[in-house]
Design a protein around this ligand. Sequence first.
Ligand SMILES: Cc1cc2nc3c(=O)[nH]c(=O)nc-3n(C[C@H](O)[C@H](O)[C@H](O)COP(=O)(O)OP(=O)(O)OC[C@H]3O[C@@H](n4cnc5c(N)ncnc54)[C@H](O)[C@@H]3O)c2cc1C
Length: 444
Amino acid sequence: MGKAKPRPGFESWGRYPKLQADVVPLHWTTDFPLAKAPAARQLPVGLGRSYGDVCLLENGTLLATPEMDRLLHFNEATGVLRCEAGASLKEILDFAMPRGFFLPVTPGTKYVTVGGAIANDIHGKNHHVAGTFGRHVLRFELARSDGSRVVCSPVENPEWFAATIGGMGLTGLMTWAEIRLRPIVSRLIDYRGVKFHGLAEFLDLSRTAASEYTVSWIDCLSTGKNFARGIFMQGDHAEIPGPLRRSREPKLTFPFDLPQLALNRYSVATFNAFYYHRQRGNEKTGPVDYEPFFYPLDAVLKWNRMYGKAGLLQFQCVLPREQDEHGVVEVLKAITASGLASFLAVIKVFGDVPSPGMMSFPAPGITLALDFPIRREASFDLLERLARITLEHGGRMYPAKDARMTPEQFQAFYPQWQEFARYVDPGFDSAFWQRVTGRRPLDD
Ligand SMILES: Cc1cc2nc3c(=O)[nH]c(=O)nc-3n(C[C@H](O)[C@H](O)[C@H](O)COP(=O)(O)OP(=O)(O)OC[C@H]3O[C@@H](n4cnc5c(N)ncnc54)[C@H](O)[C@@H]3O)c2cc1C
């Protein structure tokens, strides 16, 4: 076990809020509970790719897991991989790709740990057929601050299994997990990109697409005839045997924090027009490498610096009933009217594969995810407005992306929260949990 470093400031991806904590790196699964029990509460953390405060704890002790990252066992016949919880999806891909295996579910970055992926029960472009990451987790070990350890699976301690998947790190520390990888024969993806104009066309494409992976980029600044234009992107793992080499390391790192004003309505509108017209013609098909298909943003490390020192916020909601476009239209109109730029805007229809976690975010319906630079009152007012629209339309917001939900909003989105609270480790806490249970005020 490493020594606590003197308050270095662990940041989430959005770099907001900025909270100080001690960071203790764990190297071995036996490093927890810590030899010298900390006076403050604790929280396990992965690679800090959550946008808001689920991976923060002011004046607490963060148990940093990324060095507890060994791959422990792999069965080529079944695809079952056992690894320590700090192993990242990147490390797993580097190992699995040359052997002809891929992740069962992946988010838009490979720089997340297995522990983080389970604790937020993440989803990917194949949610409509594969459900969430938690659906592909067979077992894990949960270590509690009282020194007890339990193995959890759908049949062993199933209530702890359900509470920990999507449990935001609050039920204990996951030390290792077993997940099932899926076989592939090539790193290539058979891709098809189709432009759409308006939500009705987007929903039609979503309903008829037969691909394993679907996601769309949506232009959320255009108005009039260009309102809700976008590109519907779909893909499947290539069936013709092809390259299976591991990926090269990205060479680019975003060099410095951009000044706040660099991202504004005009620069984003220009980007959006460029992005939309970059695809010539209405439809584009062909093989593409899996890296740009799944992880376009990973090509530039530390891209969050583009949003300046103040950081960024993400809003992600799911609105039920695919046919109810009104909520999505209201969200998009509120964003357009606010003038706050968001070029990283993604829309997808979630499927109805049930999520295994008690607190999992995904539910059947339309999900929208948008990034905003933090501009104090303006961004916070907009997020408050978007949370209200989400609530009015019976949807919910994603804790992994959030830093602004009020206790009333969270408790309405997740009415099961009190049942979940019974599983929270008494030695654990997070800034998110303090906020949504009314113990920490929203920063002004
Ligand atoms: C560019 C980008 C794209 C993204 N795309 C998606 C997407 O498509 N879909 C999606 O669902 N999410 C997406 N995310 C969010 C990201 O996948 C999640 O926030 C993920 O949980 C981050 O994992 P992490 O290892 O960085 O964990 P952290 O952010 O450090 O922690 C996340 C949570 O996991 C808990 N935790 C971590 N390790 C353990 C452990 N060993 N035991 C118990 N609890 C633990 C922490 O307490 C915390 O609550 C994206 C993020 C970025 C930056």
